[in-house]
Ligand binder design. Structure first.
Ligand code: AMP
Length: 397
């Protein structure tokens, strides 16, 4: 079975074509600047050089057409007929309380996704555009939606309720949803497999990338996670503030003369590691600046580390112990010094850190010593593969 996985943003589209016989990637690529000047398709067939196709790409429909053409191309294509694409898996972001699992996309699902755009005005519309474009350009193909929020739907009210009047929760669904669920599900499932599939397990997953989130996973189910009603809450991120005192918002609106759009932009685009360091939102740049003696860059690193430690402590308490801590995503998989500095503060939990093993990037490695009470792993995430697996399971029926 061949499955095309799509991740649509407002002006971008990422894709991977999987051969599910061995879960290998046949081709992958990226369409950038959809609807803007300088739009381009970068296509990479497995084992071959990247191909760059610069052409006008006014909308998502044209983008899908180009992706299909690239997959079929005589020179750099990997399939002979569009019908070889058995199903398409879409990364659909916000599933609200409706979607606790992935599902086959039909008219009812589309209507519900449209309704949920109120909760995710930036993220859901591009997914909807991508689905509509596929309906047109790959007619008749089965499609599956894999929601970022779904895995966290197992949280109890004690984790998802905010300290706000209950009527507001009822009226607006003002609650914690959590995001990065597909990644937390992928790495926690792998962690449980590594542990030998015990009936009971307590895992803390740290998805640390440009966007970062943490999850407490008990017996394979999320019981708490750090992102909330939106992906702004929790750990400090590249440009997002993460947790802050909510009273800061009206204070800033007053003092800086900001309106709603202004304060949203400040908290989402100008804060976090970028805001503190003044250098960059990218961890590598910040680490380099800190090494050269930039104090603000060092403070950004310290705040990042501390927010992660705060969540590990909180989740260890909520789980009443920890079997395994998992690091994943860009910083989690590659940030050798970040992992070391975090683990150096986890003696109290029983972590015996293995500095030599930690000297690795982007591969699955145990970075705690044999016999460590709490095991610590780097497990590379693979959201696309998770989407392909769900798509195969549902579309194959
Ligand atoms: P992601 O959003 O998962 O792609 O992660 C992006 C983040 O990973 C950026 O902040 C990068 O700086 C960070 N990252 C990637 N490679 C490294 C590395 N070698 N060391 C530290 N951080 C890294």
């Amino acid at each position: 079975m061949k499955i095309l996985v799509l991740n649509c943003g407002s002006s971008s589209l990422k894709y991977q074509l999987f051969n599910m016989d061995d879960e290998s990637v046949m081709a992958k690529g990226l369409v950038e600047k959809i609807g803007l000047d300088g739009s381009v398709l970068i296509h990479q067939p497995e084992g071959m050089d990247k191909v760059r196709i610069e052409t006008a790409i006014p909308d998502h429909g044209t983008a899908i057409e180009l992706v299909v053409a690239a997959l079929l191309d005589a020179k750099h294509g990997v399939i002979k007929d569009m019908k070889e694409i058995d199903a398409v898996g879409h990364r659909t972001i916000h599933g609200g309380t409706t979607f606790a699992e992935s599902c086959v996309i039909d008219d009812k699902v589309m209507a519900e996704m449209e309704r949920l755009t109120e909760l995710a005005p930036l993220h859901n519309p591009p997914s909807i555009l991508g689905i509509r474009a596929c309906e047109q350009k790959i007619p008749g193909v089965k499609m599956v939606g894999v929601f970022d929020t779904a895995f966290h739907q197992t949280m109890p009210p004690s984790s998802y309720l905010y300290g706000l009047p209950y009527e507001l929760y009822e009226k607006y669904q003002l609650r914690r949803f959590g995001f990065h669920g597909t990644s937390h599900r992928f790495v926690s499932a792998r962690a449980i497999e590594i542990m030998g599939n015990p009936a009971h397990s307590k895992i803390i997953t740290c998805h640390l990338g440009n966007g970062s989130s943490m999850a407490a996973v008990k017996d394979g189910k999320t019981i708490d996670t750090s992102m909330g009603f939106t992906p702004l809450e929790g750990v400090i991120m590249g440009t997002r503030s993460g947790d802050l005192d909510p009273a800061i918002i009206p204070f800033l609106m007053d003092k800086e003369g900001l309106d709603i759009a202004g304060v949203n932009a400040l908290l989402n685009k100008k804060s976090g590691l970028l805001g503190i360091s003044g250098v960059s939102s990218d961890m590598r740049d910040i680490e380099n600046a800190a090494k050269e003696g930039n104090q603000r860059a060092q403070m950004a690193l310290d705040v990042f580390k501390k927010t992660v430690l705060r969540y590990i402590g909180a989740y260890a308490a909520e789980l009443d112990g920890v079997d395994m801590i998992v690091f994943t995503a860009g910083i989690g998989e590659n940030g050798i010094s970040t992992r070391k500095e975090i683990c150096d503060n986890l003696h109290y939990l029983g972590v015996e850190f293995d500095e030599a093993a930690n000297d690795c990037r982007g591969k699955e490695v145990e970075i705690s010593k044999p016999g460590s009470k709490v095991r610590v792993f780097v497990i590379p995430t693979n959201e696309e593969l998770m989407i392909a697996r769900d798509t195969m399971a549902l579309a194959g029926k």
